[in-house]
Design a protein around this ligand. Structure first.
Ligand SMILES: C[S@@+](CC[C@H](N)C(=O)[O-])C[C@H]1O[C@@H](n2cnc3c(N)ncnc32)[C@H](O)[C@@H]1O
Length: 207
């Protein structure tokens, strides 16, 4: 089994999935609050963990369908247990090999894409899964400009691709996206990097 899947299978069972929900929750909510979901939409979360973002989005009045995918089977088992609305769905798959015929208005991913074998390939797939005019919101705390996070790679001991904001923007452009970025800072956090650099959101639009 690959190291990423093995690690997150463990995290699904030792409470760290819920810890991520808390750790990422504040900045993700702040970011999602800046987006208007005022028309009917479909939503995909890539690397959804225990599914907390899917549950949040499924409750938006205009959300027709919210799907979470994760390559960790145990994360998907947790997510399915926590399901609390009819328009939610969870699928055990990696983004690269997922066979899905439909297209989404929004794709989201938090702290997941840099674990994929190839960010290029994952982005190409996400681009294909979006409708014209659709958007991909990609959140990462792990990026070169955020120096405090570089050592995470040594702690995790699994494949993690570390890139700068500039490099992330290039990846998105190469996949065909129009790209913008946004830093969401948590000025009240005890962690200095959360106040200084915060979560980087790369926003790709498929025109
Ligand atoms: C750091 S966790 C973040 C989980 C969730 N997004 C959150 O913020 O709580 C990364 C998740 O992405 C999943 N993942 C990593 N690479 C993936 C891929 N190529 N396709 C699907 N899921 C992937 C992992 O199994 C893991 O559950």
């Amino acid at each position: 089994m690959d190291g990423v899947r093995k690690t997150f299978d463990e995290w699904a069972q030792n409470g760290r999935a819920e810890l991520m929900e808390v750790e990422h929750g504040k900045n993700v909510s702040k970011f999602l609050d800046t987006i208007s979901f005022d028309e009917h939409f479909s939503f995909l979360d890539v690397g959804c963990g225990n599914g907390w973002v899917v549950r949040r989005m499924a409750k938006e009045p205009n959300c027709k369908k919210a799907i979470g995918i994760d390559k960790s089977k145990k994360m998907i088992i947790q997510a399915k247990k926590k399901t609390d609305s009819k328009n939610e769905e969870f699928v055990h798959t990696d983004i690269e090999s997922w066979k899905y015929r439909g297209k989404f208005d929004f794709v989201f991913s938090m702290e997941a894409l840099y674990y994929s074998d190839s960010i290029d390939e994952a982005l190409k797939k996400i681009f294909k899964l979006l409708k014209p005019g659709g958007q991909f919101f990609c959140g990462t705390d792990f990026y070169t400009d955020n120096k405090a996070t570089a050592r995470w790679k040594d702690i995790m001991k699994i494949q993690m691709h570390l890139h700068s904001k500039k490099e992330w923007k290039e990846f998105f452009k190469n996949a065909g996206f129009q790209v913008k970025t946004k830093h969401i800072k948590d000025l009240k956090s005890r962690k200095k990097w959360k106040r200084e650099y915060g979560t980087l959101f790369i926003i790709g639009t498929k025109n």
